[in-house]
Design a protein around this ligand. Structure first.
Ligand code: SF4
Ligand code: SF4
Ligand code: FES
Length: 249
């Protein structure tokens, strides 16, 4: 069964832009990306949109639908009524390049700032076997498709450009937490998270977890446990005393 849907799509570039109204045909089983493609094919051939897999796996079709960060290819048209107007806008936390395409290089820069896995230097290959429980602990975080919807929705940077320098965002704090959980990693990830990547900015609102298309429990399983481990090492009086004695000797 087909019907005509009302769409409101943001058109413009880094200098200026506006919402434009379109009426586009919708067929049964389609997702928002299908409608954007039909719009390109029939009415707006120069509409810029980024996509790749159309299967929720490449993380490139991120945008905002009715103000909520979502993947265009995983948002079914059947979740809307036939009469409502569907608004599609670019990710708000990142600079617009054109139309629905944003410059997400902030995220690549943050990724580069995190040192990679660092096993002890004297450990020879084959000398260590990971326990299954240690593998499982970080498995959830490895499902990340780097769509950056969590980065877009986090209020610490969404409306506060000035925080970007000192805050890595949920995706990358989760990466640090994952490395911190690794039994062989030898760097002080707790200090990095707190002092260099702004873990303290996060006030565990869980908005990042709410928009994650992979349903990763970013806040519950990565950020809160990381905050607890930071608190254990910094504010536990016994740990504090031990560190002080160690420093003196
Ligand atoms: S839980 Fe923390 S990282 Fe996630 S959206 Fe809220 S403030 Fe941002
Ligand atoms: S954690 Fe989830 S929302 Fe964030 S980038 Fe990865 S897949 Fe996307
Ligand atoms: S096109 Fe790859 S996630 Fe949507």
């Amino acid at each position: 069964m087909s019907y005509d849907a009302k769409f409101r799509v943001w058109r413009g570039d880094a200098t200026a832009g506006e919402l434009r109204d379109f009426t586009v045909a919708v067929n049964e089983g389609e997702v928002v990306l299908d409608i954007i493609h039909r719009l390109q094919a029939t009415q707006a051939s120069d509409l810029a949109v980024r996509w790749n897999c159309k299967a929720g796996k490449c993380g490139s079709c991120s945008a905002e639908i009715n103000g909520r960060p979502r993947l265009l290819c995983m948002t079914r048209m059947s979740t809307f009524t036939e009469t409502e107007t569907i608004t599609v806008t670019p990710l708000r936390a990142f600079p617009v390049i054109r139309d629905l395409v944003t410059d997400v290089s902030f995220n690549y820069q943050k990724a580069r700032e995190i040192p990679s896995f660092a096993p002890p230097k004297d450990l020879a290959p084959g000398e260590y076997r990971m326990q299954q429980v240690d593998v499982q602990r970080s498995q959830e975080f490895r499902k990340c498709i780097e769509c950056f919807l969590c980065q877009d929705t986090c209020h610490v940077v969404r409306d506060h450009e000035e925080n970007k320098e000192s805050f890595a965002g949920p995706r990358f704090l989760m990466r640090i937490a994952e490395l911190d959980m690794h039994p062989l990693d030898s760097l002080d990830r707790k200090r990095q998270a707190q002092d260099e990547h702004g873990l303290g900015f996060c006030n565990i609102t869980k908005c990042c977890s709410d928009v994650c298309p992979e349903h990763i429990k970013i806040t519950d399983n990565a950020l809160i446990p990381m905050k607890e481990r930071v608190a254990d090492t910094r504010y536990d009086p016994l740990v504090w005393l031990g560190n002080k004695i160690r420093r003196r000797s």
